[in-house]
Design a protein around this ligand. Structure first.
Ligand code: ADP
Ligand code: MG
Length: 142
């Protein structure tokens, strides 16, 4: 793994999960993580690392039909995947606000679909493909 505080380059899914686990230790209840990146970029993989860091024992997969999965860690982890929503209103109708302003850790895939709903505290994480098939560039910002 290489990179700076704001950017990490990982060479495997396990490394991406480790980056997430490290971030996990710095998160306070109520944290919101917005994940951006194309299909296969590693958003779900990153959230699996968060879950591991929070001690979730259940397997974390992409919610296919559900849009929000809750895991009973302390604080709880809310895994939100907005791939299938068509509007911010639809997200609000699903109760997204309660997660964004609740006391869990909320990690959102396809966060660009609700960009204007994201709180100021949101930590933005961009995942992009690297130079090799197993390389990913993970950038952090606000
Ligand atoms: P997304 O949720 O962004 O669509 P996934 O996390 O479901 O992406 O899938 C990422 C895929 O890329 C997985 O098949 C994973 O094994 C693979 N992969 C290869 N290298 C990496 C890496 N460095 N970090 C994360 N995933 C990787
Ligand atoms: Mg995914």
């Amino acid at each position: 793994m290489t990179g700076s505080e704001q950017q990490k380059i990982t060479g495997s899914p396990e490394e991406t999960q480790r980056v997430a686990q490290e971030l996990c230790r710095t998160l306070a209840p109520g944290a919101v993580l917005a994940l951006y990146g194309e299909l296969g970029a590693g958003k779900t993989c990153f959230i699996q690392g968060l879950a591991e860091g929070l001690g979730v024992e259940q397997a974390v997969s992409s919610p296919t039909f559900t849009i929000i999965n809750e895991y009973r860690s302390e604080p709880p982890l809310y895994h939100v995947d907005l791939y299938r929503i068509r509007s911010e209103d639809e997200a609000l109708n699903l109760g997204l606000d309660e997660y964004l302003y609740g006391n869990g850790i909320t990690a959102i895939e396809w966060a660009e679909r609700v960009e204007s709903l994201l709180p100021a505290k949101t930590i933005r994480i961009h995942l992009t493909m690297g130079d090799t098939p197993d390389e990913r560039v993970i950038s952090f910002g606000r």
